[in-house]
Design a protein around this ligand. Structure first.
Ligand code: FAD
Length: 492
């Protein structure tokens, strides 16, 4: 195989890569780390699940998980993901966390670098390494504790103390109690991680993938694929645009990994008037928060009408927190308060979300907050008399409310329009066919031990929230499963 780059025209570069990873967030970074020859090994520690310890000990200790039988190791495990390898890796990385976070036992994995195991790959991403963490509001605090945001081989505490050391004035200790950190810090940790782990050469940042497709006619890329003409392998074409070089690019590759996350676009209510005015109707938390601050700064007298918040997730909770800072009246339309319950968000770690849970449940009544559970927004309308919204109650009562701002925070959806037309922007790939991909309700259907996309020609993989591994601590499993599958293929 020629690993050549050929400029065919002035504005397009064509090159060969074994693997193209689309998305440079935590998923793409973790997979790049492993494909760079960093392999994980069981370190011999005891897991609280005796059966898992027994299975780990029964396997050849000198062999990395990348070469082991993941199906055997994952047997009977239960956890926060539908994907067994995600649960396995989570169990090994955070053995006691779900029983008692304060115990924080050490992980059961050790990482070793084998330069000879490097697999040729490129990670293409729209911005800096770190994915959506560079797009979120940087001053918001993470939901997860810092150790759950970590990527393999670099603890968040160690990274922070390294930063302190660099600044000479160091007062941080190596291991700190569990704590939540600012999104700004997490985004910086991911960007630094790529540098510190020497992965930068694999990254093509500030670049968009615009289309992928299986190559039907190898002759089209004769100059690149001449040495494997007779191989019975599905090759893929990945096209994109490099924003920095202002150049189109094409990769010809054997495997494509979808690691795009699911937060590139906002879900909508799709009601009349929703898109008529972007000055006071928002779908983005950050823009809404800025608008609230701006409104309060200008002290516009007409703006004492309530703010309408739609949604029952964390973004909606953050929107409530923002309005509460100014004691501004809130109308809150939502389906259920269950997501914010104490199991998901223990009071000691999340006092602010616990308070919102209680006001949504009406355990605490506040003058400036009106919960409208199971109500539905039907129409948004503005005239010289003001901005109004029509809301229908569960028993069908229709009412109109004056509002000052509206924020609709009903989730995110991935943008998979770069997939081949026959995949219908991903709608053919979900566990429920012909429905849009959704990280919770309709993740991409994958083969559990390899993370290959089930309804696709060979060579397409997916990981992260796209397959239902919705938080960072769950994405390690996908990266290990993909690497494990690739290595098995190579050995064959
Ligand atoms: C508001 C919010 C709060 C969250 N809080 C937490 C938390 O506290 N703890 C936690 O563990 N998780 C949290 N998450 C989830 C977490 O962000 C994800 O689990 C994690 O970032 C997934 O990593 P990823 O690499 O798969 O995707 P992402 O981080 O989304 O990265 C994928 C990147 O790929 C880019 N991309 C998409 N399409 C293309 C294309 N065609 N070409 C090039 N690049 C492309 C995207 O723009 C994005 O930058 C939160 C998510 C949101 C939205």
């Amino acid at each position: 195989m020629k690993d050549s780059t050929k400029t065919i025209t002035n504005d397009r570069e064509i090159s060969y890569k074994e693997i193209v990873i689309i998305g440079n967030g935590p998923s793409g970074i973790t997979l790049s780390f492993i494909l760079s020859g960093n392999w994980c090994y069981y370190n011999g520690r005891i897991h609280p699940d005796d059966m898992l310890t027994a299975r780990l000990r029964s396997m050849p200790q000198e062999k990395s998980l990348i070469e082991q039988d993941l199906e055997f190791l994952s047997q009977g495990l239960e956890g926060r993901s539908r994907n067994p390898v995600a649960v396995l890796l989570d169990s090994l990385n955070h053995p006691f966390d779900d029983q008692d976070l304060q115990k924080r036992a050490p992980e059961l994995l050790a990482w070793k670098h084998h330069p000879q195991k490097y697999i040729d790959h490129v990670v293409v991403g729209k911005g800096n390494p770190g994915g959506c963490w560079h797009q979120l509001d940087e001053n918001v605090t993470t939901v997860s504790v810092s150790s759950w945001m970590e990527l393999p081989g670099l603890s968040f505490d160690k990274w922070e103390s390294k930063q302190c050391n660099m600044k000479v004035v160091c007062s941080c200790s190596d291991i700190r109690p569990p704590r939540r950190v600012k999104i700004k810090q997490v985004a910086k940790y991911y960007r630094d991680y790529v540098q510190l782990m020497k992965l930068s050469k694999n990254f093509k940042n500030f670049s968009y993938v615009t289309s992928i497709k299986p190559i039907k006619d190898k002759d089209m890329y004769e100059h690149i694929l001449s040495s494997c003409r007779n191989e019975d392998v599905q090759f893929w074409e990945v096209q994109g645009y490099d924003v920095v070089k202002k150049k189109c690019f094409t990769y010809v590759c054997r495997k494509v990994v979808l690691a795009t996350g699911t937060s590139d676009a906002h879900s909508n209510l799709n009601v009349p008037g929703e898109f008529t005015n972007t000055d006071w109707i928002f779908h983005d938390l950050k823009q809404f928060q800025n608008a609230v601050v701006e409104m309060k700064r200008n002290q516009r007298s007409a703006e004492t009408d309530p703010i309408l918040i739609v949604g029952s997730g964390l973004s909606a909770a953050d929107a409530i927190l923002k309005c509460s800072q100014f004691d501004h009246p809130i109308l809150h339309v939502f389906n259920s308060y269950k997501f914010l319950n104490e199991n998901n968000f223990p009071k000691n770690l999340y006092p602010e979300y616990n308070h919102i849970y209680k006001i949504m449940k009406k355990d605490i009544i506040i003058d400036t907050y009106k919960p409208l559970m199971r109500h539905v927004v039907k129409e948004i309308y503005s005239s010289i008399k003001g901005k109004r919204v029509q809301i229908v109650s569960p028993d069908g009562v229709v009412s109109w409310h004056k509002v000052s701002l509206i924020v609709i925070l009903v989730g995110y959806v991935p943008k998979l329009t770069f997939l081949p037309p026959e995949f219908d922007a991903g709608n053919t790939l979900g566990i429920h066919e012909n429905q849009p991909i959704d990280s919770i309700k309709n993740p991409i259907r994958i083969l559990p031990w390899s993370y290959e996309v089930a309804n696709s020609p060979p060579g397409l993989y997916a990981m992260g929230p796209l397959v239902g591994d919705n938080v960072v601590r769950l994405i390690h499993g996908g990266a290990v499963a993909i690497a494990n599958h690739l290595c098995k293929r190579r050995r064959k």
